[in-house]
Design a protein around this ligand. Sequence first.
Ligand SMILES: Nc1ncnc2c1ncn2[C@@H]1O[C@H](COP(=O)(O)OP(=O)(O)O)[C@@H](O)[C@H]1O
Ligand SMILES: [Mg+2]
Length: 342
Amino acid sequence: MAGSSGKGSVVADELTKVYNGKVRAVDGVSFTVSPGEVYGFLGPNGAGKTTTVAMLTAGLGATSGHATVDGVDVLRHPEEVKRRIGIVFQEMTSDGDLTGRENLELAAALYGVPRTEVASRVRGLLERMQVADAADRLAKTYSGGMRRRLELAVGTVHSPGVLFLDEPTLGLDPQGRAGFWKYVQELRREHGMTVFVTTHYLEEADGMCDRIAIIDHGHIVASGTPTELKDRLGGDIVTIRPIQSDHDVAPLLRTVPGVLSVAAQDGNYRVKCTNGEALVPALVDACARSQVGLAGVSLKRPSLDEVFLEFTGREFREDEGVSATDRAVMLGRVQNQLGGRR
Ligand SMILES: Nc1ncnc2c1ncn2[C@@H]1O[C@H](COP(=O)(O)OP(=O)(O)O)[C@@H](O)[C@H]1O
Ligand SMILES: [Mg+2]
């Protein structure tokens, strides 16, 4: 694919990791992330998300397969890849005994940000992440949300072309998660960076990602835009509620192009279709033309929960936390990442 493995892209080709010669944690995973995209890796605990990120960020060698990040071969030039990317993971990498500003200055030095640019870069990020007022307080005194935003600032101080986020919002409340994403989106708009994010929060994947791969037992079981994935389940349900229930409007609704089926239920009509949003105006028009007054119209789209169930045969359980192996892999990577630069 010409151009798809260049700047800002992430390409995995049959990427595989077998731990200890027996645990196939990631098993032949292939995908292409285009420059500027937010690409989500969605899967339950143990699916292989962290292992994939670790291989893509040159923290862990692949058993087989290839990967390029920002146009650079990860296996052949791991140090070059590390310089070009930013990483934020669930574990804290900022130092609690340093202030926010000191953490950023240290990261800027480690990443080789030109000296003349450090002060303005640090000031800009502190303001952007709304931690400027706390810039000279020790990071360990920050709230959970502030600390995550500081992590994001630390991970992006060198304006990376590709940002990797491994379950970056794990443990944050919905408000904290929304806040974190607002800053990711802002950085993305400013720098046009590509974002590769793993999550087991379905609503996060749905709302924040341009495209998603669902990973389960080391395999990608489905991928596409959130809308495409939901469309594959065979449709939306538009519920039409006429004011008067004595007249059967099902035959009328069936004449509207795009309607797959109509079922009458307690004076309501459940209309199945592939694109409910586009169909609602046509259904409303058809009713108006036949003098059918409407008391209500609602639209229900299938959720990613149902997508996950469809493709894996299992319910998605969101209550799982980060595993002990996750922690070991991540910490190893932090040491690896920082060790090479000190
Ligand atoms: N260092 C390791 N040694 C052996 N097995 C591991 C190691 N790290 C992870 N695993 C196993 O690989 C699988 C995938 O783990 P991981 O990539 O951490 O998944 P996720 O991040 O999706 O929760 C799991 O079965 C996990 O137990
Ligand atoms: Mg993980």
